[in-house]
Design a protein around this ligand. Structure first.
Ligand code: FES
Ligand SMILES: [Fe+2]
Length: 350
C-alpha cells in the first residue's frame, strides 16, 4: 500500500487526480457524492493523528471544498472551513495561537466553535463573522469530521473498549478513484466475495442475517479461503456510507479491522487501514500473541484490499441487471441512495 503521510499544507494539489473519474461519475439509478450538491452525512477521516502535532495546522480538500485542521496547544483537534470570512485567506496557512486558529493575512482569530473572537487590528468583530466548525473526533489514530451540524451517530467500538486493544503502529493509506460508498458496496456483494477474494461461504448467503439500521448495516460472514482452506468467522458492518468495520477470527487470529474512506474530492477516496488486536490479560505471552495477530491481520487485509483496486479504479458504477443473488447488494444500494445527505458547510468551504 502507498503511504501518504507527508504534510501537504503547501501543495496546491494533494491528489494526483485521474481526470477520467469525472466521466465515470454518471450511472443509471445512482446518485454520486455531491452530484445534487449534497454529501452523505457520516464521519469522514481527515488525516492521521500523527500528522498533526499540538500547535500545527493542515489543509485538506473535503467534499467539494477545503478545510483547515488544527490542533490547539492543549492538544485538541478541530476541523473548520478553510476560508477566512474577512478576505478569504486560506486558514490552513495560518497558525495556532494558544487555543485558537489565527489567520496569517490580518490575524483574525477563531475558536474551536468557529466563532471569530478578535480581529488583528483590534476593530470590533463584525456580527456573524465565523467559519464552519465540523463536529470533530479523534479516535483509532485518525482525526474525523462529521458532515453535519451535529452527528447522527458516533464512531463504533472495534469489538472491545479501545483501552483493551493494541493497534498496529502503521496506518497505511491508499487513494482510490471512486466514491467511498462504491467500495463499501463490496461488503454486501456476496458474488464478488467469492470471485475476487476466493472465499467459500459456510452457509447460504447470509441475507436473512443482515441487520439493517438507519446508519449501519451488519452481518456475520462464515467462510473459508478456497485455496488454503483457512477459515474466517467475521462480524462485518458498514457504518455511515464509508466506514468498513470487521471483527473476528481468521486462521485462528482474532483481530479488528477498520477501513474508513475519506473524501478529499468527490469521486475519490483516501482509505486508511487500522488493525487492532485484544491485549488479553496483558501478560507478555498475551501481548506477543496480540502482536502476531496485528501482523497477520495487516498482511491479510492488505492483500484483500489490493484484490479490489483495479476494478474500483476503472469502474463506471451503475445499477444494472441485478439477479437473484444480488439482492443484498441491491438493498444496500437502496440504503445508500436513501441515506441522509446534506451540505451545511457549503457556503464556507468552497
Ligand atoms: S483574510 Fe483572514 S484576517 Fe484578513
Ligand atoms: Fe472486495
Amino acid at each position: 500500500m502507498q503511504d501518504n503521510s507527508g504534510n501537504d499544507r503547501f501543495s496546491l494539489h494533494e491528489f494526483a487526480v485521474d481526470r477520467s473519474i469525472d466521466a465515470r461519475r454518471t450511472g443509471r439509478g445512482v446518485t454520486f457524492e455531491g452530484q445534487d450538491g449534497r454529501f452523505t452525512q457520516t464521519w469522514w477521516p481527515m488525516c492521521r493523528s500523527s500528522e498533526l502535532a499540538p500547535g500545527k495546522v493542515l489543509g485538506r480538500g473535503f467534499l467539494d471544498g477545503r478545510v483547515a485542521i488544527f490542533r490547539t496547544e492543549k492538544g485538541v483537534a478541530q476541523v473548520v472551513s478553510a476560508y477566512c470570512p474577512h478576505n478569504g485567506a486560506d486558514l490552513s496557512v495560518g497558525e495556532v495561537h494558544q487555543e485558537e486558529l489565527r489567520c496569517k493575512f490580518h490575524r483574525w482569530c477563531f475558536d474551536r466553535s468557529g466563532t471569530c473572537t478578535r480581529t488583528g487590528s483590534g476593530d470590533r468583530v463584525p456580527p456573524g463573522a465565523r467559519v464552519f466548525a465540523y463536529p470533530t473526533r479523534e479516535r483509532f489514530g485518525l482525526i474525523w469530521a462529521f458532515n453535519g451540524e451535529t452527528p447522527l451517530f458516533e464512531l463504533p467500538d472495534l469489538g472491545y473498549p479501545d483501552d483493551e486493544l493494541i493497534f498496529h503502529a502503521n496506518i497505511p493509506s491508499l487513494d482510490v478513484n471512486a466514491d467511498p460508498w462504491i467500495f463499501m458496496c463490496n461488503t454486501l456483494d456476496f458474488n464478488h466475495i467469492k470471485c475476487v477474494h476466493g472465499l467459500k461461504f459456510e452457509h447460504a448467503e447470509p441475507d436473512a442475517e443482515i441487520r439493517w439500521e438507519p446508519y449501519a448495516v451488519h452481518y456475520p460472514l462464515r467462510a473459508h479461503f478456497a485455496d488454503t482452506g483457512a477459515p474466517v468467522s467475521y462480524d462485518l458492518a458498514i457504518h455511515g456510507t464509508n466506514i468498513f468495520w470487521q471483527t473476528g477470527v481468521a486462521n485462528g487470529h482474532w483481530f479488528g479491522f477498520l477501513f474508513p474512506a475519506g473524501m478529499h474530492r468527490p469521486g475519490t477516496m483516501r482509505c486508511y487501514t487500522i488493525i487492532a488486536a485484544h491485549k488479553g490479560d496483558g501478560s507478555p505471552q498475551a501481548l506477543q500473541a496480540a502482536r502476531k495477530a496485528l501482523d497477520f491481520g495487516m498482511e491479510l487485509e492488505t492483500l484483500v484490499v489490493g484484490q479490489d483496486l483495479e476494478i474500483l479504479n476503472t469502474i463506471r458504477f451503475n445499477r444494472g441487471h441485478f439477479t437473484r443473488s444480488d439482492r443484498a447488494l441491491a438493498r444496500f444500494m437502496d440504503h445508500i441512495m436513501e441515506y441522509p445527505r446534506a451540505h451545511p458547510g457549503a457556503q464556507w468551504i468552497k
